[in-house]
Ligand binder design. Structure first.
Ligand code: CMP
Length: 137
């Protein structure tokens, strides 16, 4: 069993597709072990994406992630990290395979509907960033 962090980003929340995205996870064997809807502030979004702090897109990333509420989840299941990334599709929705979340719901590389941890090591760090142990059930 693995756990991974998923964020439904402001564009997808604004579009009203939270339920449709969660259905992709549950229909594919990923259980929601924790979930909350939050409005990120600059400090929290910048801290979460600190690994990208030197990248040219960091400012836009933080500005987008604070533009509206997000839904943060811990997904649990066999191969949860890789499975979530398969379900999401490529970071740039223009390159995302047909039938993936980003191909179906995302508009651009910034407004790309979802975030998912990219390694088990980062999953553990990202889960701790948002949830205390007794919130992951
Ligand atoms: P995410 O998986 O949340 O991780 C970092 C985010 O930065 C990424 O999704 C994109 O939404 C955003 N981003 C913007 N420009 C780029 C880029 N050139 N390469 C990677 N990520 C980018």
């Amino acid at each position: 069993m693995e756990q991974t962090l998923s964020i439904i980003k402001p564009d997808a929340v604004q579009k009203g597709v939270i339920g449709k995205i969660i259905d992709r996870f549950e229909s594919n064997g990923l259980r929601i072990a924790a979930m909350k809807k939050v409005q990120l502030d600059e400090k929290t979004a910048g801290g979460f994406y600190a690994v990208h702090a030197e990248r040219p897109f960091f400012g836009e990333l933080v500005s987008f992630m604070t533009s509206g509420p997000v839904v943060v989840m811990v997904l649990e299941g066999e191969n949860a990290m890789a499975k979530n990334r398969d379900l999401m599709g490529a970071t740039n929705p223009k390159e995302a395979a047909a039938g993936t979340i980003r191909a179906d719901f995302a508009e651009s590389i910034d407004a790309n509907a979802v975030h998912g941890s990219d390694s088990l090591e980062n999953a553990a760090i990202e889960i701790k960033f948002f949830f205390s142990e007794n919130e992951v059930l």
